[in-house]
Design a protein around this ligand. Structure first.
Ligand SMILES: Cc1cc2nc3c(=O)[nH]c(=O)nc-3n(C[C@H](O)[C@H](O)[C@H](O)COP(=O)(O)OP(=O)(O)OC[C@H]3O[C@@H](n4cnc5c(N)ncnc54)[C@H](O)[C@@H]3O)c2cc1C
Length: 141
């Protein structure tokens, strides 16, 4: 599980995110150890195990406004691997690993899939950063 900040990345390594909810312009996450974080974006780099049965994905399916498809798989934006909301806009949550297999195919579970997911997600973050640096404002998602 990767967060955008190294500090948070280190903190999250010690626990498991069980709940993630979009709230205003942030994603609020709660961990099994009771800690909670407010993030700009959340990348669920949760690996190759079945993502549709774990606590985090069960919560996201049950509680949120995110779109799910066959067997609860996340409905993703093909270019950025962001999880789409039910209203058709991309959310602040992106995925890699098996959770991205609808876009990346069977290689999503392997290193080559993880690398491709990384390229797509990093591309999105890079273009957002460049726009911010140029002072180009676009509607906050
Ligand atoms: C025995 C074996 C052999 C393999 N051989 C190959 C091979 O030869 N070639 C190949 O390409 N691939 C191989 N793979 C697959 C390869 O290991 C994966 O593709 C790679 O590890 C994926 O990296 P990742 O960072 O996406 O996920 P992972 O390395 O699985 O990391 C995901 C991390 O997210 C954490 N996590 C999950 N859910 C949460 C949560 N809710 N909150 C916080 N953290 C969470 C997990 O604990 C884990 O640390 C093999 C796998 C196994 C098991």
């Amino acid at each position: 599980m990767i967060s955008l900040s190294m500090f948070l990345g280190q903190a999250l390594e010690r626990s498991e995110i069980t709940v993630a909810t979009e709230a205003g312009g942030t994603v609020v996450t709660t961990c099994r150890d009771g800690s909670a974080f407010c993030l700009d974006k959340l990348v669920c780099a949760t690996g190759f195990g079945s993502q549709y049965d774990n606590e985090l994905f069960r919560h996201l399916r049950r509680e949120s406004t995110l779109q799910t498809g066959y067997r609860g798989a996340p409905v993703l934006d093909d270019d950025t691997l962001r999880w789409m909301r039910q209203d058709g806009t991309p959310s602040r949550i992106a995925v890699s690993g098996v959770a991205a297999q609808q876009v990346l195919g069977p290689f999503a579970r392997n290193v080559i899939g993880a690398r491709r997911a990384g390229e797509l997600i990093a591309g999105l973050l890079e273009s957002e950063l460049k726009m911010k640096q140029r002072g180009v404002s676009r509607p906050e998602i």
